[in-house]
Ligand binder design. Structure first.
Ligand code: UDP
Ligand code: MG
Length: 350
């Protein structure tokens, strides 16, 4: 890279080149960044991207947000044309910008990457899925709540009629299980929420690697509000959350926010031990009375039962040890390999 070029770039720190702005520069109005995680979404992105832009324009015209607001797409290591589409959108309209993760890291990390990217250059962020399932028009009400003083605004689904029976039932059991297990989450709230840059600055101190945003955001505190909206069907493409991934998310959520399962195991272990102790006394008494039982079946049942419980208990404890293992490594939670406003070549060539 040439010396003059390098010099020129020195004067352009990343934070300013990303949107050309710093927070508070929105002429008295909050600068909004809509953070949209995208994984293999080539089918739906061209449809929903203009909808996000339109919402920004509506809110700007209504005088609620600054016209320096942006739509930030986070490409989560897609294998299809998603990143190309994002780059194309960014080239067409300065309101669209994008970052790309070096590989697929999952929805939660993609949202986190976008929020962390946004926190120093905007006043408020709204995270939303890119499939159009969450009502984009609810953003206006969210911004209103922010202007009234809320620092976090949760988007809550008022009905799930459009979800399949299976999705609805599993998702609702998920919220109930989470709360019962001690991981406080807002009922029927997924990852559609407004978070102010102030909250994100505090949230940046939550350095954990196992992230479950729904459970973590309430832990940060600050005044919050709820906005209700109807959940629609996916506009195109298909869900990336099959039952297997939902279960993984539930286990992750519970084990990263609560130690209740370990207490349950301890309680259960105590009960089983007491029963076992009574059983031993009973066996000794029977033996003394000379009434020994030729109970093969009962022995097998007891062994199987205890074997199963022990394996399950070890599994739960193992989950926590696994988490500790990952936390101690302190690996980065996301790796941004490209930005639409920053040519790849700048870092890796020259
Ligand atoms: N997503 C992601 N990384 C993944 C899986 C999903 O960034 O590994 C994004 C996806 O593009 C979408 C959002 O997360 O914007 C929610 O995913 P999806 O709609 O498939 O889940 P569902 O709404 O069915 O629970
Ligand atoms: Mg979806």
């Amino acid at each position: 890279m040439k010396k003059e070029q390098e010099k020129e770039m020195e004067g352009q720190p990343l934070k300013q080149t990303s949107s050309g702005i710093l927070p508070g520069e929105g002429q008295g109005k909050p600068i909004l960044w809509i953070v949209v995680p995208c994984y293999n979404e080539e089918e739906v992105l061209p449809i929903t991207a203009p909808m996000f832009l339109e919402e920004i324009e509506t809110l700007t015209d209504a005088g609620k947000i600054s016209d320096r607001s942006r739509v930030l797409f986070v490409n989560d290591g897609s294998k299809d044309r998603t990143w190309e589409i994002i780059r194309q959108l960014a080239a067409e309209n300065p309101h669209y910008i994008g970052i790309s993760q070096s590989r697929n890291r999952g929805h939660q990390n993609a949202v986190l990457a976008g929020l962390m990217e946004a926190k120093d250059v905007c006043d408020i962020t709204i995270s939303i899925d890119c499939d159009g399932q969450d009502d984009i028009n609810a953003m206006g009400a969210m911004v209103d709540e922010y202007l009234k003083g809320a620092e976090v605004v949760y988007g809550v689904r008022s009905s799930r009629q459009t979800d399949t029976w299976f999705k609805r039932t599993t998702a609702q059991s998920f919220y109930k299980l989470m709360n019962r297990m001690g991981a406080g989450v807002v009922y029927n709230h997924a990852d559609y929420r407004l978070i102010s840059a102030r909250v994100l600055q505090s949230f940046a101190d939550f350095q954990e690697v196992n992230i479950f945003l729904r459970g973590l955001v309430p832990l940060v505190g600050y005044p919050s509000a709820k906005v209700y909206y109807e959940r629609h069907e996916r506009i195109a493409g298909r869900s990336h959350y099959p039952l297997r991934k939902m279960l993984a998310l539930a286990i992750d959520g519970i084990t990263s926010l609560s130690v209740k399962p370990i207490s349950i195991i301890t309680g259960f272990g105590t009960v089983v031990s007491v029963i076992g102790f009574i059983g031993i006394i009973w066996a000794i008494v029977m033996a003394c009375l000379g009434k020994t039982i030729a109970g093969w079946a009962s022995t097998v049942c007891i062994i199987c039962f205890l074997g199963g419980i022990q394996m399950l208990s070890l599994g739960v404890i193992g989950e926590y040890i696994g988490k500790i293992y990952l936390e101690t490594k302190r690996r980065p939670r996301y790796v941004i390999s490209e930005r639409t406003w920053e040519p790849y070549e700048r870092h890796y060539k020259g």
